[in-house]
Ligand binder design. Structure first.
Ligand code: F6R
Length: 604
């Protein structure tokens, strides 16, 4: 969490930082700050709680510089406040620093090294800059040596950008377990947690690895390990349409991203199917995963829900028993594993700390892994045995939509490939290309029903603080995701339930007017599902049903086109995403930046 950006060598530093922070706001937005230095003896530090727009009010025309750093925060230690916002200044006024990550041993370090040094914040981050200043002063170390001495003492995760105001011709950076990329532009250098903050200026990047420092000038980028050995890294060209991350005419990214869902499904078909419509993947990837005896899907939040939907593909098409694990639990309570396990990490960001902990543990045991992620160069992609790109394009809204459907579609294509490799008839015969094409068309008809869904959101959610989503089988998993979407962006308390479970306790919460959304897409469970809807109607619930066309009756509010039962989540989730979107709008909330959340969850 937290977004960081720095630059050196461009007189437009302030604007570069502010536009970078705008692009990074999805990583946290409870406070923001910048430091700029004109390399002629003038410098400026501004940091404010609240969103970036609040910080911008305090930026005055003279705040220009040739080097600078900017931070947008998601609070871990210390409430969102001006004092806890970054950048932090060292006690002697020499160093300015921003940090993304968590320093686990900050209290021990503070007690051991910073006695008598006045701290200005409640954060774990501030101790870093204070220790650097202390070591530089007391031990007469160069800035670089003081930085490395400090880094060697830190336990935890960090990306750091720092300026020494006595020598502002350099920008110092360091990384461990959180992302940091250096951008090489024409005559100046950038650095940030995400290429999105730099892509308007360059597509040439150096990916820093853990426990490396960088010393950057306008036209040089020197990378070293902590022992001072210079590391020669070749910059990579990253292809990303600079406009892909723009909102265009949309009021919110979330609406744009829901609208993009059909395109993303078609893109996956083009990229992962051959001319005959059969899956095409790296042969070794398929060969190795076809031999596993159990698949463990590891993910968090929405990605976990995509894993739940995918379980049936692997079991029914590839004959591989599959367990879906919450990353935050698996990191500490791994189930008893099978003899030949394979791990599938699902992660939009590729940086989720809970998932990374699991991956690093299974890597220590040399176990097979695959990451499906929307960020091709992310940590989970780099550290797994194999990785596949979700190809969804940048997802900026904090609430994940198109990455969820991309994960499900890619799981389906991959499961079919494994089934074919293992000669399983159900996989060979399943017309996946035709079915996913129908899904894409069906998504288009659903996203075109915005006015109707907006009205439903008004009718059902305007006056209520509690809602339930119910379904069976795949519909149950969609219920979990639908409830999460509503909760996170509208702040309405919502629960997803296996419809049959409701009467075992939770039905006590249904009262007159309680909104209950039911999904009816599976012919095998349609009848008991309809009975469950009747049970809540009998207790006063205000029900809204989303049904597959062939199972629909005239009480249903939204009809989704018929596709194979296993794939229906790809369609039924779309009206649920739109319901959440309009419920949030109706309440006048910031749909893209809900309170307390951030998109890339890099803390455990
Ligand atoms: C909710 C949402 C989160 C993420 C979760 C995992 O809309 O986006 O629940 O799914 O934080 O993140 P990733 O997929 O980046 O690993």
């Amino acid at each position: 969490m937290c977004g960081i950006v720095g630059t050196i060598g461009n007189p437009d530093t302030t604007n570069i930082l502010l536009s970078g922070l705008q692009k990074l706001s999805y990583r946290g937005y409870d406070s923001a700050g910048i430091y700029v230095n004109d390399q002629k003896g003038h410098d400026y530090l501004v940091k404010k709680s609240g969103k970036l727009a609040n910080l911008e009010k305090y930026i005055t025309p003279e705040m220009q510089g040739m080097v600078g750093l900017g931070h947008t925060r998601w609070a871990t230690h210390g409430e969102p406040s001006d004092a806890n916002a970054h950048p932090f200044k060292s006690y002697d006024g020499r160093y300015y620093m921003i940090h993304n990550g968590v320093i686990d041993n900050y209290q021990q370090l503070r007690d051991k090294y910073l006695q008598g040094i006045p701290l200005t914040s409640q954060t774990d981050s501030e101790i870093i800059v204070q220790m650097i200043a202390k070591f530089a002063h007391d031990d007469h170390l160069t800035t670089k040596d003081a930085l490395v001495k400090t880094l060697k003492l830190l336990d935890g995760s960090y990306s750091i950008i720092m300026v020494d105001s006595k020598d502002p011709e350099k920008l110092y950076v360091a990384k461990n377990q959180t992302p940091l990329l250096i951008g090489i532009a024409n005559g100046f250098t950038l650095v940030s947690s995400d290429v999105l903050a730099m892509i308007h200026y360059t597509n040439k990047f150096i990916e820093m690895r853990d426990k490396e420092i960088g010393i950057l000038t306008a036209d040089t980028q020197t990378i070293e390990d902590y022992d001072g050995n210079v590391i020669n890294v070749k910059p990579k060209t990253i292809k990303l349409d600079a406009n892909a991350a723009d909102k265009g005419a949309y009021p919110y990214y979330m609406l744009k991203e829901i609208d993009e869902e059909p395109v993303v499904i078609r893109r996956l078909l083009t990229n992962y199917l051959n001319q005959n419509g059969e899956p095409q993947f790296d042969a070794t990837l398929i060969q190795r995963f076809a031999q596993i005896d159990h698949l463990y899907i590891v993910a968090a939040g929405t990605s976990y829900h995509a894993g739940l939907v995918g379980k049936a593909f692997f079991e029914q098409w590839a004959n591989i028993p599959t367990s879906v694990l919450l990353a935050s639990e698996a990191g500490y309570h791994m189930p008893l594993l099978s003899a030949k396990p394979g791990f599938l990490f699902l992660s939009q960001s590729g940086e989720t700390a809970d998932s990374r902990l699991v991956l690093s543990e299974i890597n220590q045991q040399n176990m097979l892994s695959l990451t499906m992620t929307n960020v091709a160069n992310s940590t989970l992609a780099r550290e797994a045995t194999f990785s596949l790109d979700l190809l969804a394009g940048p997802e900026i809204a904090v609430a994940s939509t198109k990455a969820y459907t991309a994960q499900i579609a890619l799981e389906a294509i991959f499961a079919k490939a494994l089934g074919i490799a293992n000669n399983i008839t159900t996989a060979k015969e399943f017309p996946l290309k035709q079915q996913l094409s129908e899904v894409a068309n069906g998504m288009q008809t659903l996203v075109d029903q915005k006015d109707k869904i907006k009205q439903l959101a008004h009718d059902y959610f305007a006056d209520h603080q509690n809602a339930f989503y119910i379904g069976r089988g795949q519909d149950y998993y969609v219920s979990l995701e639908a409830a999460l979407k509503l909760k996170e962006i509208s702040y309405i308390h919502a629960e997803g339930f296996a419809a049959g479970e409701l009467k075992h306790g939770t039905i006590a919460l249904i009262e007159k007017g309680t909104p209950v959304v039911g999904f009816v897409t599976d012919p095998e469970t349609a009848l008991p599902m309809r009975s469950n809807v009747e049970e809540v109607i009998a207790r006063g619930a205000h029900t809204l049903t989303i049904a597959a066309k062939s199972l629909a009756d005239d009480t249903d509010a939204v009809i989704i086109p018929d596709v194979a039962t296993l794939l229906t989540p790809l369609l039924s989730v779309v009206p649920a995403q739109l319901l959440a979107y309009y419920a949030s709008l109706e309440r006048g909330l910031n749909v893209d930046q809900p309170r307390n959340l951030a998109k890339s969850v890099t803390v455990q």
